[in-house]
Ligand binder design. Structure first.
Ligand SMILES: Cc1cc2nc3c(=O)[nH]c(=O)nc-3n(C[C@H](O)[C@H](O)[C@H](O)COP(=O)(O)OP(=O)(O)OC[C@H]3O[C@@H](n4cnc5c(N)ncnc54)[C@H](O)[C@@H]3O)c2cc1C
Length: 264
């Protein structure tokens, strides 16, 4: 199977604090990690390759340091990686991002499955995979929590969608784009051999010219949605009270207070 996994490098949200400007953090903040949801799509891709043979290519659009996210993908078990990076891409909305990802997917070659995460923890638009599928004119299956059957010969897939009130089994033709939720698997840790392979991997960087795109199709010029401001929620007002007494007295006082507040 030819599998392409979309992974995004995002700010490490553990770095968030109420004193940080959200947009600045996303743009130039400190530590960056692989979008946590994307580790699940990567694991799903690697498991499919292990079951059916073929190749997993990890694809990311980002700044030059997003190559680190791609190296993690190779260390986990992907075969190849491609970075899309070009200053002209800055300020792209999810449609412009999808446009660039699709140009790269077409350049990589024929595929059976494109795998994406449920959402990116910074942008959180949950739109990129849908737009990639629409631009490729292939089906998109969202919120996938399990792959029941994948037949690369018959070119079919049966998967389970996680819904708010239950689960749905759906079948589709391949090629398709699927976005996964964390219930689908437990991502593996990179192996020692994988880390060595990633350290030596030559990862190509494709810019607009390589993708056959013009500057007015991406970046702010090619986007309809803008983000003039990103801010954190206001800090919560609140206080803590230490209940004194022996453990039994403190437990009784706490239970009485919770009952009085109708919490229990
Ligand atoms: C500094 C900054 C400024 C921004 N300004 C704007 C703006 O002005 N207007 C606007 O609309 N958006 C803006 N964005 C958001 C940015 O365009 C989105 O990150 C992008 O559109 C993808 O959407 P998302 O992050 O919400 O991903 P989602 O749609 O939530 O991601 C779903 C899945 O798609 C895949 N995916 C998403 N992005 C990538 C990627 N880059 N590479 C590979 N796979 C990917 C991943 O598998 C991910 O799990 C800005 C982001 C930043 C960091």
């Amino acid at each position: 199977m030819n599998i392409i996994t979309l992974i995004k490098q995002v700010p490490d949200t553990a770095q968030l604090s109420s004193t940080v400007d959200g947009l600045k953090l996303m743009n130039e903040g400190g530590a960056r990690i692989v979008n946590p949801w994307d580790e699940y799509c990567l694991e799903a891709g690697i498991q499919l390759k292990e079951a059916h043979g073929g190749k997993v290519t990890v694809l990311s659009l980002g700044k030059p340091d997003a190559v680190e996210a791609l190296k993690r993908g190779i260390a986990m078990g992907a075969d190849e990686a491609v970075l899309i990076s070009d200053p002209a891409l800055e300020g792209s909305d999810s449609l412009a991002t999808a446009r660039a990802l699709v140009a790269a997917i077409k350049k990589i070659g024929p595929f059976d499955l494109i795998l994406a995460g449920r959402s990116a923890i910074d942008g959180n638009m949950t739109a990129t995979a849908v737009q990639v599928a629409a631009l490729l004119d292939v089906p998109q299956l969202s919120y996938i929590a399990a792959l029941k059957a994948v037949d690369p010969v018959a070119q079919t897939i049966t998967a389970v969608r996680l819904m708010e009130n239950g689960r749905e089994t759906i079948s589709s033709k391949l090629p398709a784009v699927i976005s996964v939720v964390k219930e689908i698997n437990e991502p593996r840790y990179p192996s020692f051999m994988g880390i060595r392979k990633a350290a030596k991997a030559a990862i190509p960087t494709w810019g607009l010219a390589d993708l056959g795109l013009s500057a007015d199709q991406v970046g702010q010029a090619g986007s309809n949605v803008s983000w003039p401001q990103v801010s954190l929620p206001p800090t919560r007002e609140g206080g803590a009270e230490i209940i004194s007494g022996s453990p039994a007295e403190a437990a009784k006082t706490l239970a009485d207070r919770l009952a009085a507040e109708k919490v229990i």
